[in-house]
Structure formats: C-alpha cells, structure tokens
Design a binder for this molecule. Sequence first.
Ligand code: AMP
Ligand code: MG
Length: 420
Amino acid sequence: MITVEQHLAHVLGALAPLPARTVPLADAYGCVLAEDVVARLAVPPFDNSAMDGYAVRSDDVAAASAEQPVRLRVVGDVPAGSTARPVVEPGAAVRIMTGAPVPPGADAVVPVEDTDQPPGPGAGKALPAVVLIARGPAAGRHVRHAQEDVAPGDLVLAGGTVLGARHLSAAASVGYGSLRVRPRPRVGVLATGAELVAPGEPLRHGQIPDSNSTLMHGLVQESGVEAVDLGAVDDTPDALRRVLDQALGRVDAIVTSGGVSAGAYDVIKEVLEPLGAVRFVKVAMQPGKPQGFGLLEAPGAAPAVPLFALPGNPVSVFVSFHVLVRPALAKIRGGGSAVPLRDAVAAVGWTSPPGRQQYVPVVLDAEPDASGRVRVRPATSGGSGSHLVASLALADALAVVEPQTDRVDAGDAVRVMMIS
Ligand code: AMP
Ligand code: MG
C-alpha cells in the first residue's frame, strides 16, 4: 500500500502542462493564460465625458445659477466615436455625449439636465446655437481621465489565470485580440462493466444504470475542462482495446471507471497491466483503494495520453476524482485553484479504517456550532459504503480523516475539502 501523497506525487510527476498557443479572445474562455498580460492601451484611452451634456471651461460658468444662467456659444458637437476636435475658446461650449473625447480647451462637463436644452434623442437632436448653463461644475467634474484605470505597461492579468468573462474583457480593453493560452484539455471518460445499461433504459436482472459515465462527464466539466464521452464497454478486452485505440490521438487524458480490482473480469487491469505502461497500486485511502495510472502511447508523434483507472464504485469514483484526478487536470491545464480545505466539526460520530485516509461525503449543517465552526454529517445515510450513489447527491464536501484516526466522535474537529 502507498499513501495518497505518494501516489499523487507519482501522478503529478508524470504530467506536464499542454503546450501554449495563441488563440482569438473568443476561443480563450476557460483556458489558462500562459503569460502575463501587460496593457498595450490605457484605460480609458483618452479623457472622455461621463455625462451627456456640454463640455465647458469651468472658469466661464463658475458663477452660473438657475436665476442667472451663463450663456455660451455652442461651437461643435462630439458624439461618442466622433473624431472631431472642436476647440472650446472662452465663452464657448461643445455638446458632448458620454464616452466621447473631451475637446481641447474644456476642463469640465455640464450635464444636459443643468442646461436649458431638452435631454434625450428626437427633439434634442438639433444642435442649438446657444446654451444656458444653470449650474457650473468644478474643474474636472464629469470627466473620466485617460489612464485612470490602467496605464500602458501595467500588469493586467497574471500568467496562470483561468480566463473567465471579466478577464477576457480586460484583455480586450487593453488592446488584445488574441492571447497566448494553454488550451482546455479534452478528457475522455469511459465506464467499464458488463452490468451497465444506459441511464433511463429498462434493466434486466443483474443490470444497473451506468451512473459513472454521467458522474465522470460532469466532474470533468466541473474541473473546467472539456469532457469527451467514450461510452461504456462490457468486460471484454477487445471492446476495451477498440475504444482506447479510437480515443488515443483525440483526447489529452482518459478517465475510466471499474475493472481495476481483484475480480475475474476486471478488464482494465487485464488489458493494461501486461502493457506495463499503467501501474496498478493500492492506495491507503477509503474509498478508492485500487487505482491505476499511466501514460498510453498515442499514434504518430502525438504525446502520450495519461490514463486514470478509477475503481467502479460511484462514491470511489467521486472521491478518487477529487483527490487524484482534479489536481492532475489542473497540472495538464497549467493552472486552476486547489480545492480549499476548511476547519469543521463533526455533528455525529463515525468509524474510520485504521491506516487509510478516509474521505467521507458530508452535508454542511445550516447552523454553525457555538464557536462558529461549520458542522458536518455524513451524506450517505448507510455509512461510508462506496456504493451509495443516490445519497451522494447531498454531499457539499468531503471530510478528510487522517490514517491514524480510527473513529471520529461528535464534536471532533475535522477538515473538509470544499468540492462544490
Ligand atoms: P468494479 O470496480 O468494476 O468491480 O465495480 C465496483 C462496483 O461499482 C460494482 O458494484 C459495480 O456494479 C459498480 N459500478 C461499476 N461501474 C459502474 C458504473 N459505470 N455506474 C454505476 N455503478 C458502477
Ligand atoms: Mg466491473
């Protein structure tokens, strides 16, 4: 038996991030940034108006009031997007819209509501010859200054960032149309088992719905990478070889369930162990003890494909995925945050196998304990059974019980992996 840490170190040591490539912003969502993004443009790129109104010299209108409005000649019009640069001489104003460049000479904007002009389109469209200003803004008022947010050369996004909508829009605003990223890995998921029937199909005696394919597909997606459904195979070596041959070259990693234990029909072990590339080990964890991991040769010059052979029990799949596969996918992807560990307290007791790190799907209580710690209780009603797939749906987190602990009592401190 090897420890979880030893196995995980072996897995991570065998993996490297996918090579970086340059992709248009539209294709970069969910990818990991492969280099720092430094602003090429300032934000905002020029002084511009924060209001629809009139650009003025603040000194001209300092004395303006509703009773004694100041009269200014309107010498130009600058809608957003305009390239016109009418100069605001003393006694003059330029009509300006939100986001349009503040014209030379002006140092403030009077909102249209503080003038005699009607707001809005239609009636207000014609440019007046004169505008009456009823309230004088201070210098700089309603002007958004160039570089207020970011100056050229500023660091905007750090390499390793998982790119979401706000990151991509920041890159766009500082002058980028494409980014250097590591592509989202494509991860094939494959269930094995002669007893499996597609979800929703009628069962004959001895058959069960293939819930692991759906589980693994969703877990891969929840890891922020792309899932490729490789289906389910029965426990025959030829069927498995066929699916693997077709998958190699199409995917960046493969996750399988079932067929790794000591059964007579454990097909994953039967096919892959003799090749030598996949190592089958017993890991000191519960659930999830039998594990396989290795690199499969891909056709041509394609890089070898890591394969994670998880046991078949659905809770084992769930736990193994979070403990072993998720960190591995983060490495291949080039980033992504580790699962946070949180201090909690057991609301009820349970037993734990000595010598094995136990992962218990737990529900978080709505009410914390007296010292503010979150209280947790096992989600699977029947105990720690790794076959209790339906109640797994309730789990908010995985409680982690160290190998030297053989029982957890109500009130004991426990650490939980926040998985959802
Ligand atoms: P195995 O590791 O193949 O011996 O499977 C262990 C247990 O998990 C058995 O009870 C299987 O029926 C069950 N199992 C295996 N694969 C699946 C699957 N894809 N969906 C649901 N249960 C499964
Ligand atoms: Mg099986």
